[in-house]
Each structure stands twice: as C-alpha cells, then as structure tokens.
Ligand binder design. Structure first.
Ligand code: SAM
Length: 500
C-alpha cells in the first residue's frame, strides 16, 4: 500500500484525490478525528514520531500527553500502549508477518504502526478483543482512511484468532536457534540477547537468568528518588506512600503519580534517579583516596544526574566537582541539575573530555568517567532503543570509551582514583575496555570496587543472590548491577587507582 493519498505522519497533508473518490467523503475532518479516542490517538502519534521521525519515545510521549490534555486514566492507557508496542515491536511484527499477505516493509508505515498498536492491545493488554479491534479500526479510519481501515480490520481479526501463548509458541517453533527463539518471544534483537546472556555469564551469574532479564526489560522501570545529601528531604515523598530504597541511603521508590508534585523536585534537591546511578556516585565519593585535596571531576556529566549527587557529596567533604560535558544542550541540563547545589561545590566545563589532560594533567584526586554507551542496561527506560542499536555501535563506542578512560587516568594524580562506569553490561563496553587499558598501562591498579559498593550501599544490599562483584585475575573487583536482581539499570563500575 502506498503512502500517497493518506495523511502524512503529522496529519498535515490531506488526501489529494478528488472529493468524490474519498472513502471518507461523508465526514468532515473534525468528525473523522473523533473516531479515534484520545488515548489511542496519542499512542499512535507517539509511535509515528518514533518510527517515522526518529523521536525518542520517552520524550515524545509525555509531550503528547500534555498537548492532547489526557486525563490521568487516558495518560496511563496511552503510556502502556505506546511504550508496550515500542518494546514488543519485534514480536508483534513477527505475528503480523503471519497475518499480512505481503512483506511488512511494503505496508504503509502508518498502517504498520496502527497494526502494532492493535496487536499490542489484543495480545498484551486487558482490552476485550472487540474493543481493541473497533478502536484501532476507528483510529485508522480517522487518521489514515477507509481503505486501510478494511485491511487493518482483516489483519487484526487474524491476530485475534490465537492466544498470545499460541502465537509465541508458533513464532518460537519457526526459529532455528536459541537466541532467535528468545529474541522473538521476549522481543529483543538476537544480537542483544547474545550480548546480554554473555554479560550475565561473564559477571558470574547463571546464563539461564536471561529470561528474567529480558522479561524485566519489557516492564516499565520503577521510579527511584534521591534526596541530595544535606540539601533535600524525602519525608514528604515517604508520607505520600513512597517506600524507602533498599540499595542506597537517601533514596526511595515512588508510589506512582506525578513525581513533580513532590516537594523538593522543583528546586532540584529531590530528584528522580535510578538507584544504580546513585550508587555509582556514592562509590565515587567514598572510595578511599589518601590525602584527597577535594579535586573531583565528572568527565561525561550530561544530563547531570550523577554530577548533582556527587556535587552535593563533594560539598559535604569540602571538595569541588569539575563537571564536564561535550554537548551544549546536555551541558545546559547539567547546569540546571547542579543549580540545586551551592556554587562553591562545582564548576562546569563544556568540551571534549579527551582534551582535559592537556589542560590539567594529573590534577584530580577522583574522576568519574560515565562513558557514552549503547544503553543496553537501560532498555526499560528507552522503549525503542533496542531496535535502534546495532553491533556497529558497540565497536564505534568502544574507541571513544577507551580514549575517555585513558584521558581520565591521565588527568588523575598518582594515588588518585578513576571510576569507570557504563549503563551497558555488554562486555565489549565493560570488561574489554578496562582490560585493554589496564594491560596497556603500567600505572593502574584495580581496586576492590565490590567492597566500596558494599560500604556505600545499605546493609544487605548485595547479600546472597544479590552479590554483584566480580574478581579480576589481576586482583581487585568490578561491580555489575542487574535490573532483574537489583531493580536498577544494569550499571557497571570499576575503580582504578593511578599508581604512578
Ligand atoms: C552515559 S552519559 C552520562 C550520564 C551522566 N553521568 C548522568 O549521570 O547523568 C554520557 C555522556 O557523555 C557525553 N559525551 C560523549 N562524548 C563525550 C566526550 N568526548 N567528552 C565528554 N563527554 C562526552 C554524552 O553527551 C553524554 O551526555
């Protein structure tokens, strides 16, 4: 089906066919639009923006929810539908592939997105089949046209003929290898399943946990809060039903609802931040450094989550954080985030972290280098990210990660510490990067990061099955957190002492 004749993604271009040929000629545009209910229309617009314009789902959806003035209930429905359809796109496309008489790439992209929304309602939401069908067909009729509405109706009827489990069994049976079977059932590209399974194994966990991990990636992340030490308080959030965090101090898990109403979030002294990221900042501040002169740096600070917690911790220790970010826009976000912390505790630099050693060789006592990465450890938060990443990104990022880690070490004084962190557990971004740098240099020693993490975390956080440290053959340990074990992003961290 061609795109010609239908409205484009933004709904600006109208059908150019003669009025008499229009399938919906009996209705004025306003009437047509009314066929779509606001929640489904919002989810559809979000999917179009993501798949048609490369938008980020977690940014575009909240914007559309506000723009379309959805009430709380509709906003929750639109969110579940849009994010769910984005996450499960691989599986729903495989189902649709069995129900459409041509390759999916030959479908009008608008129609394909509508089918994905229909499939998600039929197979993953508690929406009665007739409601999912009628509402999706109405949406298509209103937004795309009568012709496609017929096609969508016919395809979704085929989708509805089998239960989710029957579909998954059928899709799995059609795949020849394990990775692809897992990929199609749990909606991840097979190369990511392979990378995550290897990362589990290499971090000392049973690789069978891959199923738990993939399932967790398909569920929304819990919202964690942090109160900046010495500046913010979680008392109001806890009174409103939030539960105290179990991984790090001064943290909580939100009870849901609009977190921006919680006192402290407006002035930035209470922030939304994954507990794993909080732990990274706390380890950075806590790892033993003899004669710490309080010169701390964060080489890759944008958008400023760890930097704001670090700066607050720095302020308590009379230290000062030098926060650096290469992107102007993200540096603005860092500045905003740091605005909650007294000026005396931080400085902001906008530039390439790899240039810092030329300006300040061997100057810092502590450096956090939270490198740009594939984000494979934060798939819960970025619903479409798994489909955008490719193995080529891993190789490309690997060079930058090595250069940034080297620069961080070059900017650290003997006796100082660099904490290398990523929100990807891919071993090419974690173990391989660090191993290459430590092997190539003679001035680094791996510290017992696991011990530092246990000290910085709440008691019991890493006990038993929740153990997170990995011993290195060279000595020392690294830490790998997991969403399905620790309830955090899959953050990796390792502390390196500069020895000379
Ligand atoms: C994983 S994010 C950091 C997250 C941040 N630490 C936080 O907690 O909010 C990586 C950041 O590194 C920045 N970046 C990429 N290349 C860089 C470079 N060469 N020098 C400095 N920053 C860089 C990216 O723009 C991105 O903001």
């Amino acid at each position: 089906m061609s795109e010609r004749g239908y409205r484009n993604a933004k709904g600006h271009e109208r059908n150019r066919r003669a009025q008499k040929d229009r399938p919906f000629s009996a209705q004025a545009p306003g009437q047509r639009r009314r066929l779509s209910d606001p929640a489904r229309l919002t989810a559809y617009q979000a999917l179009r923006a993501v798949n048609g314009e490369d938008a980020y789902g977690n940014l575009v959806l909240p914007h559309l929810v506000r723009k379309n003035r959805l009430d709380k209930r509709d906003a929750a429905f639109a969110t579940e539908l849009a994010y769910g359809a984005m996450r499960r796109q691989g599986t729903w496309d495989a189902v649709l592939g069995h129900c459409v008489d041509r390759p999916l790439k030959d479908l009008d992209p608008q129609v394909l997105d509508a089918l994905r929304l229909g499939a998600h309602q039929l197979l993953a939401m508690r929406v009665p089949d007739h409601a999912a069908l009628d509402a999706t067909v109405g949406l298509v009729r209103g937004e795309i046209g009568q012709g496609p509405a017929g096609l969508v109706n016919a395809v979704l009827r085929k989708v509805a003929r089998q239960s989710t489990e029957e579909w998954l069994d059928q899709l799995e049976a059609a795949e020849s290898d394990d990775l692809r079977k897992l990929g199609v059932r749990y909606s991840h590209p097979a190369w990511e399943v392979r990378a995550l399974r290897r990362a589990l194994r290499m971090s000392g966990r049973p690789q069978e946990e891959i199923v738990d991990l993939l399932e967790t990636n398909n569920a929304p992340a819990r919202v964690h809060l942090v109160a900046l030490p010495g500046l913010g308080s979680l008392a109001a959030a806890l009174d409103a039903g939030a539960t105290p965090g179990t991984l790090v101090a001064d943290s909580a898990e939100s009870a849901g609802g609009d977190v921006h109403r919680i006192p402290g979030t407006r002035d930035g002294t209470v922030r939304v931040q994954d507990a794993g990221s909080q732990l990274v900042a706390r380890v950075m501040a806590d790892v033993p450094v003899a004669d710490d002169q309080g010169k701390w740096a964060d080489f890759c600070a944008g958008p400023g989550g760890k930097a704001s917690l670090l700066a607050a911790l720095a302020d308590q220790q009379d230290a000062r954080l030098y926060a650096n970010e290469v992107s102007d826009h993200r540096a603005d976000l860092v500045e905003q985030a740091l605005g909650a912390v007294p000026d005396r505790a931080w400085t902001l630099r906008v530039g390439d972290g790899r240039d810092i050693p030329g300006e300040m060789p061997g100057g810092f006592d502590r450096v956090l280098v939270d490198v740009p990465c594939t984000g494979l450890g934060a798939l819960r938060r970025r619903p479409e990210a798994r489909w955008r990443r490719t193995p080529a990104d891993v190789a490309e990022l690997g060079s930058l990660q090595r250069e940034l880690l080297s620069a961080a070490l070059d900017s650290t004084r003997p006796g100082g510490v660099v904490l290398y962190a990523t929100c990807s557990p891919h071993t090419a971004e974690t173990l391989d990067v660090v191993s290459d740098i430590v092997t190539a240099r003679e001035d680094t020693e791996i510290l017992d990061t696991g011990e530092s993490a246990r000290r910085a975390a709440l008691p019991g956080a890493f006990e038993g099955d929740r153990r997170a440290d990995l011993e290195w053959p060279e000595g020392g340990t690294s830490v790998q957190l997991w969403p399905h074990v620790h309830g955090t992003d899959a953050m990796f961290m390792i502390a390196l002492r500069k020895t000379a």
